[in-house]
Ligand binder design. Sequence first.
Ligand SMILES: Cc1ncc(COP(=O)(O)O)c(C=O)c1O
Length: 453
Amino acid sequence: MGTIQIKTTIPGPKSKALAERRDHAVPRGLSHGTPVYVAKAEDAWLEDVDGNRYIDFAGGIGCINVGHRREPVIAAIREQLDRYLHTCVQVTPYENYVRLAERMNQVTPGRFPKKTLFVNSGAEAIENAVKIARAHTGRPGIIAFEDAFHGRTMMTLALTSKTHPYKAGFAPFPSDVYRIPYAYCYRCSYSLKYPSCDVFCARHLEDTFKRVVASEEVAAVIAEPVLGEGGFVVPPKEFFRILIDICHKHGVLFIADEVQSGFGRTGKLFASEHYGIEPDIVVTAKSLGGGLPLAAVTGRAEIMDAPGPGGLGGTFAGNPLSCAAALAVLDLFERENLLARANELGNRFQERAREWQERWSMIGDVRGLGGMQAIELVQSAEKREPAPEETKQIVQYCYEHGLIVLSAGSYSNVIRVLVPLVASDAQMDEGLDVLEAALQAVSEKKAVVAQPV
Ligand SMILES: Cc1ncc(COP(=O)(O)O)c(C=O)c1O
C-alpha cells in the first residue's frame, strides 16, 4: 500500500467546517494553497482532519527539507523546553544562539571572518540585511531583480517584483530601490539567447550605474541564487560571478537571499556554492529552523559590525527553541546524506518531467537545481503564453488525489517541487504519478472532480 490515502471528497467534512469558521474569524488576505486542514505530519507526508493522507511536495513552502518532525529536531526542542522558553537574547543571552552563530559562520559560503544575526522570518532577515548594508556603506540604494520575492513587509515588498497579489494596493513603499532584469533565459527581457548573449543581463549592471542610479548611491545588489516564488529560475553559471565583480569594482555589496534555495534544497547546503560565489551577506530562513520560525543574516564580520549596539535585534529574535532546532538541523545535514538525496530526488523529477514535455506541449520549460525543480506551463510551446488557469487546475487535481504541491512564477504558471529530502523513491514516484495524472486530465480538459476511493 502506498502513502496516499483519500477517504472522503476533498475537502472532507471537518475541513469544510473549519473553513467556514475561518471565513468568519480570519481576513481573506491570508490565502491557502489547499482547502484541507492538517491534523498530523511526519517525514514527507501529512494527514488532514478527515483522515486523508497526502504526500507533501510543498514542505510548508520549503521549510521542511530535513522532513516533518524529525526525531533529533523534536528531541532538541524538548530538551530546551524543559530548561527555558524565552528570556530575550537582549536581556539574558544564551549559549545555543552563540553556538548556532558559530556554526552558521562555518557552513555559509565565504572564506573570511563572519558574524551572524538571528531573527524570526525571512522578511525580517532581509530587512536587517538592508539595514546592515546601508550602515556599512553609508549609501541608500538597493538594486533588486524582476521576478524577485523577498517578503511581505514594506521594505521587502519594495524589493519584491510581482504586483498581484503582493504589492498592488499597499503603496507607498520605501524609496531607493531599483529593479533590473534577472537571468530568466526562458523569458529573456532582452530577447537574447544564452550563451550567445554573453550574459548581457549581468553585464548590464554597469549601464544601470550610468543610466539609472550612480554606484556611489548604491549599498547593495540583492538576488536569489535560484528564484523561489518567481518560478525556480536557475541563471547561467557565470551570472553571479559577473554581477559580483561589477558590484565590488564599485564598492557595492552583494546580498544572496537563500531563504528558499538554502539548506540543502539544491543539492548543496547553499545554492551560491553552485556558482562558486562568496556573497558579502547571505540571508537564510525556512528550513534552517526545521519547522520552527528562525532566520539568519550571515556576513563579513566588518560589515555585520557596522550597526552600533542596540541597532539590531527584536524581542523574539533568535528564540532558544528555534536555535536548538536549527542546531539539530545542521547535525542532520552532517550525519545524513541529504544533499545527495536532493540530487537523486531532483533527477527523478527531471526524468519524468522531460517525458511529460515530449508528450504535452503545455510544458514549456523543465528546470531546476538539485531538489529545487519545476515545470513552467504555457498555452503553446511556440508563443509561450503563460497558462495560469491550467496550473491552478493541476494544483487542485493534485490535492484532490493525495499530493500537496504549490504553484509559483510571476505569471502563476509554474509547478514547483519542495519535497522533504527524506522522501523515499516510492513516495516520490507516487507523488509524480499524481502529478502526471493531473497533467493528463488538464491537458485533455477533463472535468476535475474529486473521487473518493
Ligand atoms: C527567497 C525568499 N526570500 C524571502 C522570503 C520571505 O520569507 P518569510 O515568509 O519567512 O518572511 C521568502 C518566502 O517565501 C523567499 O522565498
